[in-house]
Design a protein around this ligand. Structure first.
Ligand SMILES: NC(=O)c1ccc[n+]([C@@H]2O[C@H](COP(=O)([O-])OP(=O)(O)OC[C@H]3O[C@@H](n4cnc5c(N)ncnc54)[C@H](O)[C@@H]3O)[C@@H](O)[C@H]2O)c1
Length: 252
């Protein structure tokens, strides 16, 4: 039985994970942490992270970049493995992820779904063939109207995958409104659409002369991210310090 502390327990994802874990005989949420609490959860909730000293095997984080620094201090102090799912971390915070991984097990993924993590690999194979043959690469992502960061962390992860497959020779373009010039062959355009209740769509487009190939992933429910996060927490429990990602979980 893997004992989990849910950081951001009263948010959308915190509640999705609470439901998933309730039905999972191999996992249990032993405590929650959030800035506000109405006492609706079946586990104790702490509004100050330092007050939570409940014994646990791993922390799952779906909260806010604002909570990140205190969370990492806490996990390091208690030597707790942490599954970082919050997106929109700044450069300094991303550097801290690497530093913390020298002391504790850290798994960070912009998208916890199995489908996206498979897509991250597939587009690398496609890029090696198609971008090398002169195809332009573009990413279009769509999310609900409550999402505050753009482009999505997953769109950036897809761009990083494409770029890595092409020996990091590409740069990213988010806005073409300020320039009146043709696109550069070595750019990856990333466009963000926000509206309604769209859970998450990511499209990677390889556009060549007279032919276009598109890879598309659609998340129909936030449960896909929750399931992945719980599996990641089970995987990370008891693991030594280091930087992990979802491909480690998928490969077991
Ligand atoms: N990696 C993924 O697969 C994935 C999937 C979905 C969402 N996300 C990301 O996860 C994050 C949370 O998403 P959400 O939809 O649950 O958002 P949400 O706003 O519904 O929930 C966030 C929760 O964190 C709490 N919180 C804010 N500041 C805090 C602090 N300082 N300490 C403790 N708790 C704090 C809020 O009170 C809220 O309950 C976002 O960054 C989102 O982009 C990642």
């Amino acid at each position: 039985m893997v004992k989990i502390i849910m950081h951001g327990c009263n948010g959308h994802m915190g509640q999705v994970i609470s439901d998933i874990v309730e039905k999972d005989p191999n996992a249990q949420i032993v405590a929650g942490i959030d800035i506000a609490d109405q006492g609706k959860n079946s586990y104790p909730v702490f509004t100050n992270i330092d007050d939570c000293q409940v014994e646990a095997d791993a922390v799952i984080d779906f909260s806010s970049p604002k909570a990140f620094d205190k969370l990492m201090d806490y996990c390091e102090k208690r030597t707790l493995p942490v599954v970082l799912c919050t997106t929109g971390l700044n450069e300094e915070q991303l550097a801290r992820v690497e530093e913390s991984a020298k002391k504790i097990a850290v798994l960070k993924s912009a998208n916890m779904s199995l489908g996206i993590n498979t897509l991250l690999k597939l587009v690398q194979d496609a890029a090696r063939v198609l971008a090398t043959a002169g195809f332009d690469m573009e990413i279009v992502e769509k999310h609900h109207n409550l999402k505050v960061d753009a482009p999505s962390g997953t769109a950036l992860a897809l761009a990083d995958s494409l770029n890595e497959a092409m020996d990091n020779q590409y740069h990213y373009v988010y806005d073409r409104s300020q320039r009146r010039e043709k696109r550069d062959a070595r750019e990856i355009g990333i466009s963000a659409v926000r509206g309604g209740s769209i859970v998450g769509e990511h499209e990677v487009i390889f556009a060549g002369q007279d032919e276009v190939i598109e890879f598309k992933h659609t998340a129909y429910s936030k449960a896909v991210f929750g399931k992945g996060a719980v599996e990641a927490a089970k995987y990370l429990a008891g693991k030594p310090a280091g930087r992990y990602d979802m491909s480690d979980v998928i490969e077991g």
